[in-house]
Every structure is written in C-alpha cells, then in structure tokens.
Design a protein around this ligand. Structure first.
Ligand SMILES: *Cc1c(COP(=O)(O)O)cnc(C)c1O
Length: 365
C-alpha cells in the first residue's frame, strides 16, 4: 500500500459527529461541521450529513467548490470573511458567510443582485481574541447598514475565540454575545436565526451547567475529527481520538553514533544538533518530512522516539524495536500535524469504512 498515507476512519468520524450533534441538541445548539482540515473532502462531508449535520462550513471557497462539484447540495457557510475578489463565487456557491467588513458585504450585495440570488450574512463580533470581528460598539450601525443592502439577509451574529490569543470561551464572553443578540433584535424588531458562539474551544462551556443564553450554533472541526477539545487538548468522553492515523515507511535503518562529527554549523532548519552522547543507537529514517508533517504534533508508538526531521526525512530512535527497511510506522496526530499532512500532496488519503462494504478502502487522490 502506498506510503506515506493518512488512514481516515469514516465510521469513527461519523460517530464523533453524531455524538456532538446529539449532546449539543439537548442544549439547543446546532452544529456547523467545519471541513477545512480535510480540504473539503466529499467523503467526510457525506459522513457528516449521515451523522445528522445539516450545515457545512469551510474557510476556503476552493474547498466549498470541491464539495459542490462532488454533488453536495447541503447549505454551506463560508467561515472566513470573503475576499473582495471572491464575492461572485461566494454568492454562487454558499448560502451564508461570516462577515466583519461593510465594504465586503456591499460587494456581496452587488454580486447577489447580479446573480439574482439572496445571500445570508452573519456578523462576527470581536470578543477579545483579536482576530476577526466588529467591535461591539460598532455593531448597531453595521446592522442598520446591512439591513439596507439589496439581496442580503441578516442571518445572525457570531464570534470566534481561542484562535489567535487563546482567549477561552466562558460564561462571561458568551453572555456578552447573547446580550448583543437580544439588543439587536430589540433595536431593529427582528429575529436572529443563528447566534454562533464559536468553535471546538467552546465545548467545555457548552457542556457546562451555565445558561446557553441565545447561543444556538457552534462551528466544529477539530473535535469531530480528533475527538478532543482544543483548550487543553483533552479527549471528549465517548469520542474516538484515533479516527485519523498517519503511516510512514522506513527507508534506512542502521546502528549509528548519537554524536555527529566534523565542524558543526547550522542544520537545514537552523536547529541545534544532538548534544547528549548516548553512544550508539539504531536509528531509522522514514520517508516523510516537514513538508508533510508538523514534527511537534506527531505521537509515535511507545517504543519509538522521534529525534529530528528535515524536509523529506524523519529520523527516529528505534533501538527498542528495530525497524527494517520497508516497515511501516503508525503515528497519531494533533491538529497542526493533521492539517499539514492533509494538505500535503505527497500523503495519500485513504478513507476507510467498516460499515458500508461498497465504500471499503477508497483511496482518494
Ligand atoms: C477553523 C474555524 C472553526 C473550527 O474550529 P475547530 O477548532 O476546528 O472546531 C470555526 N470557526 C472559524 C471562524 C474557524 O476559522
């Protein structure tokens, strides 16, 4: 079988999605399944739909295009504010987008008029993480401008935390978002269908006993794919944390000293070489590198230690379990490592499902 590859267990991902959908539904919260980490994989998207998801989100219009071309007709949400140069594709391919700039929404409005469609917008509000969002003091004036835009409908408001600055979603900032929703509804005499509280980092708050206020939607990616919450990277009870596995192949395996020799300058990535002399070890090289993985996010089997990586070579200490050339090693990944390997054209994505034989072992390009 070709290596390196990601083995993606669609049944486990489907289980995770369904468990999150069910648990959050009891708290009045719907789930937008965020597909960006899988580049909008149509197989994963279909798994989401089977799991009861009815709104799909992605930050990249190209991924949404890929899912549309694969025949997925479900409502889609663009979760990064559109580029001005993309507005025509956005109104054609998506139903709703997250927005924070009046100029962009005006352009969406013109594009929607030209395409004879309507487009929904959700206004993102800055709650302290200092990534995207309208400052709360500017929300009312933004809403009144949006309400006057032809072919644009105000679908709701939203926020995103824990991404740039690591600000944790909690009762306080979620209450602020709820209060802003109520204020907008009262000021303008309208109903906001969606109050989207955030991403996987909101799950601890969502599962707590605190009131959920007006928040009725979360946008979830990492928790569905990896089964853990991103604030402390703890597994979520009842979810699979091993749905995605990276497999790499050994191309060299030799006894070597742990100390380099010669005149030592910088290495390819500017890091220091080994300093501790541990005598000789058995080291193996796997045919995968920084172009395909984030070294810090790889979890090796217990008897193998990751030593270093360059662009195309991953070097491990396998003294406790000598690896032969041609052997395969399986790794678990964190979000960052998964993102990198999903994006690498050199890593084959192998979708597996044990429930539906017709889908068995579909290798995707
Ligand atoms: C990536 C992203 C999400 C999903 O985040 P996860 O941590 O993967 O759940 C949600 N909202 C926005 C705006 C995003 O960019």
């Amino acid at each position: 079988m070709s290596a390196p590859r990601l083995e993606i267990d669609l049944d486990k991902i489907g289980h995770n999605a369904r468990a999150l959908v069910d648990r959050l539904a009891r708290r009045g919260i719907s789930v937008t399944a965020v597909m960006k980490a899988s580049l909008g994989s149509p197989d994963i998207a279909r798994t989401m739909l089977e799991a009861g998801i009815n709104l799909i989100g992605d930050s990249r219009i190209e991924n949404i295009e890929r899912m549309r071309e694969a025949g997925i007709t479900t409502p889609m949400m663009l979760i990064r504010t559109p580029m001005m140069s993309d507005v025509h594709r956005v109104v054609r391919l998506t139903d709703v987008s997250l927005n924070s700039e009046i100029t962009v929404m005006r352009a969406l409005s013109h594009a929607a008029v030209a395409a004879k469609v309507r487009h929904d917008v959700i206004l993102m509000v800055e709650l302290g993480d200092l990534r995207e969002g309208i400052m709360p003091a500017d929300l009312t004036s933004t809403v009144s401008q949006v309400l006057a835009m032809p072919n644009i409908d105000l679908k709701g408001i939203g926020a995103n935390l824990a991404c740039r600055s690591g600000v944790a979603p909690d009762e306080k900032n979620m209450e602020t978002l709820s209060a802003l929703a109520v204020m907008i509804e009262q000021t303008f005499g309208l109903t906001l269908d969606i109050v989207s509280g955030g991403n996987s980092a909101n799950l601890n708050w969502a599962f707590s006993d605190n009131s959920k206020g007006r928040i009725n939607n979360l946008r979830l990616g990492e928790s569905i794919l990896l089964g853990c919450e991103p604030l402390h990277r703890q597994p979520i009870e009842g979810l699979h944390t091993d749905a995605i596995t990276l497999v790499a192949e050994v191309i060299e395996s030799k006894r070597k000293p742990t100390q380099p020799w010669g005149d030592i300058a910088q290495s390819a990535f500017g890091e220091e070489g080994p300093t501790l002399n541990r005598g000789k070890i058995t080291q193996a090289i796997l045919a995968i590198g920084r172009q395909d993985i984030d070294l810090t996010g790889l979890v090796a089997p217990t008897d193998i230690t990751i030593l270093s990586a360059s662009s195309d070579h991953l070097i491990v200490d396998c003294s406790h379990h000598v690896l032969q050339v041609g052997a395969e090693v399986r790794f678990q990944l964190n979000y960052s490592a998964m993102l990198r390997s999903m994006t690498s054209p050199f890593v084959t994505k192998l979708m597996k499902t044990y429930l539906t034989p017709s889908h068995l072992h579909r290798a995707l390009p």
